[in-house]
Design a protein around this ligand. Structure first.
Ligand code: HEC
Length: 141
């Protein structure tokens, strides 16, 4: 035991490395996107799906074009944060409004999280923008 003065020093290094690694993890989990994830899955996923690609059941219930709730489609990815915040705050047609239900900060966190979902699917081939005419043709077959 007397012979271990170097151990604390070693532990110091190890702990520092762990602290650095942990701070990296906490940045990933506890930043706004982490809050946004919770809100998204609680409030938005029922229609937009956990992956933001749209929930097929809700598409039927709402009788809408599936692309409308697919927030990973190419034109939705290009929406500015302001546009999305406005849509979520004030609603748009069958998209409910969240004014009074979510704070501005909460909506911003959701948008931040939504961005991570959109970039996650960026590797996938880009989906076409809303083209109802084409979608109808496909259905006729
Ligand atoms: C009841 C189902 C429903 C819920 C819940 C819902 N949405 Fe939507 N959302 C829709 C529909 C339907 C549209 C398409 C509206 C349209 O353009 O006709 C939409 C559109 C959008 C759009 C695209 C806006 C645009 O201009 O095309 C965004 C962004 C969006 N929703 C985000 C959210 C977020 C974030 C939440 C959670 C806070 C949420 N939605 C919750 C149904 C829903």
């Amino acid at each position: 035991m007397k012979n271990q003065p170097r151990v604390p020093a070693l532990w110091g290094t190890v702990l520092m490395a762990m602290a650095l690694a942990l701070s990296g993890i906490t940045w990933g989990w506890c930043d706004d996107a982490g809050v946004g994830k919770k809100i998204f899955e609680a409030k938005c996923a029922q229609c937009h799906g956990k992956d933001a690609k749209g929930d097929p059941k809700m598409v039927k219930v709402l009788k809408i074009e599936p692309v409308l709730v697919d927030l990973t489609r190419s034109d939705a990815v290009k929406f500015t944060d302001e546009k999305i915040i406005t849509t979520v705050t004030h609603g748009n047609k069958k998209m409910p409004k969240y004014v009074g239900k979510l704070t501005t900060e909460e909506i911003q966190s959701v948008v931040k999280y939504l961005r991570t979902l959109q970039t996650a699917s960026a590797g996938a081939p880009a989906k076409p923008a809303v083209t109802p005419s084409k979608a109808k043709k496909k259905n006729k077959k």
